[in-house]
Design a protein around this ligand. Structure first.
Ligand code: ADP
Ligand code: MG
Length: 390
């Protein structure tokens, strides 16, 4: 990838695609992690004498929608950067936006409106890409979390302007590439979360590289059911049972340990107040749903991880949003975080949120800011936004 080291930005106008897709509630930014993650690139550009124009998507608005304006993000950015940010509330590809940027000088920062307000954004409309390109001399892609999308503000504009990877983009690609090309063994992958179908590509890609896979979360029940186990009312993807059997076979052929829960914490409903019981994983009565890995499994999983030299974690072990079903995720998160000499990476929107909430994120070697993007990168070894910078 071409990076910021390859150019001089002095006195240049630099358009930076950032990932400011932050959680908003009642017009207030709930978590500024993604804004903070963009600071190294912004600071580097300002120090080198550039005028910086930022743009991002936010949520999934259909056209202009006041609930998804970037105004609240501009305020957060101003506070974190400790300098004024010129927020331009017109359509980002409009002549009004271009006019509002005419007098932006080196050292100044502007934030454009939500790119998803533009009808051509998701369609990667080349005309829109040209209008974005008309705002600056250089394009920098720093939105790793959006790099799996061939949209106008990610890929389209990079085909018109000289385009470079920002520092976050560079860091993410380097950190995840290590999991594909130079991972030390024992190499374990910890998978959980809601659906097997979301993770098949990653499992298939990583199977030849790893020593073992630990499976928790709801997806474990599809694997357990595929083995003929009784899973009660737990979540199962019936149309993935065959695939689960194929993955067992492939794991065996490749001598990869595939560990499933041996016990689960179950309840009749997803509620913190519900009565809970621990069942052997294959003997969950009907009416009961498995909502977390059980204490026995927590021990087995933690034990397996104890000697790991590389760990990639994606997907919570249970319904971590609703205590007490967060314990398995906490124990496994702690087991990974306590590995002092291992290379440890957590990726995936909910897993990263869980790692932060449980207070273990700081101990990981890398916490990916990309949910879908990190999984797709591991699956394919590249992304549309990486390709366009190569
Ligand atoms: P990520 O965003 O990290 O990739 P996913 O989106 O795949 O993770 O999965 C996260 C979701 O999976 C969470 O909302 C969590 O509540 C849910 N989940 C985990 N275990 C279970 C379970 N046993 N039953 C139902 N939902 C579960
Ligand atoms: Mg998720």
């Amino acid at each position: 990838m071409r990076t910021l080291k390859d150019i001089s930005v002095n006195n240049k106008r630099v358009l930076v695609r950032v990932d400011y897709n932050v959680p908003l509630k009642g017009g207030v930014v709930q978590d500024d992690t993604r804004v903070r993650a963009s600071l190294p690139t912004i600071s580097a550009l300002l120090e080198q004498g550039a005028a910086v124009i930022l743009f991002s998507h936010l949520g999934r608005p259909k056209g202009v929608d006041d609930a998804f304006r970037m105004g609240p993000v501009a305020e957060v950015l101003e506070r974190i950067l400790d300098r004024p940010v010129r927020y331009i509330a017109n359509l980002p590809g409009s002549p009004e936006t271009k006019a509002a940027l005419v007098d932006l000088v080196p050292g100044q920062v502007a934030l454009l409106e939500n790119v998803r307000f533009e009808p051509g954004e998701s369609k990667n409309d080349p005309e829109l890409a040209k209008r974005y390109a008309g705002l600056a001399d250089i394009f920098v892609l720093d939105a790793f979390g959006s790099a799996h999308r061939a949209h106008a503000s990610v890929v389209g504009v990079a085909m018109v302007l000289p385009a470079y990877a920002g520092l976050l983009m560079e860091k993410e690609v380097a950190a995840l590439s290590k999991l594909l090309t130079s991972a030390a063994s024992p190499y374990w992958v910890v998978l959980g979360g809601a659906k097997v179908s979301d993770k098949i590509g990653v499992i298939k890609q990583l199977l030849p590289k790893v020593n073992g896979i630990l499976i928790g979360g709801a997806m474990a029940f599809t694997f357990l059911k595929a083995q003929g186990k009784q899973v009660g009312d737990s979540l199962v993807e019936e149309d993935r049972l065959e695939l689960a059997r194929e993955l067992f076979t492939e794991a065996e052929q490749r001598d990869v340990a595939l560990l499933l829960p041996s016990d689960v914490v179950a309840a009749k409903e997803i509620s913190g107040a519900a009565e809970t019981k621990v069942f052997p994983a294959g003997e969950i009565p009907s009416g009961w749903k498995g909502l977390d890995i059980g204490p026995g499994t927590q021990g087995v999983f933690s034990g397996a991880l104890a000697t790991a030299k590389t760990v990639f974690w994606n997907g919570p072990m249970g319904v971590f949003e609703t205590p007490p079903f967060d314990r398995g995720t906490l124990q496994v998160g702690k087991a990974i975080a306590s590995l002092k000499t291992a290379y440890t990476v957590v990726g995936g929107g909910d897993s990263v949120a869980a790692a932060h909430r449980l207070g273990v994120a700081g101990a990981f070697s890398h916490v990916s800011t990309g949910g879908g993007a990190s999984l797709e990168f591991l699956e394919k070894g590249t992304l549309p936004g990486v390709e366009v910078l190569s």
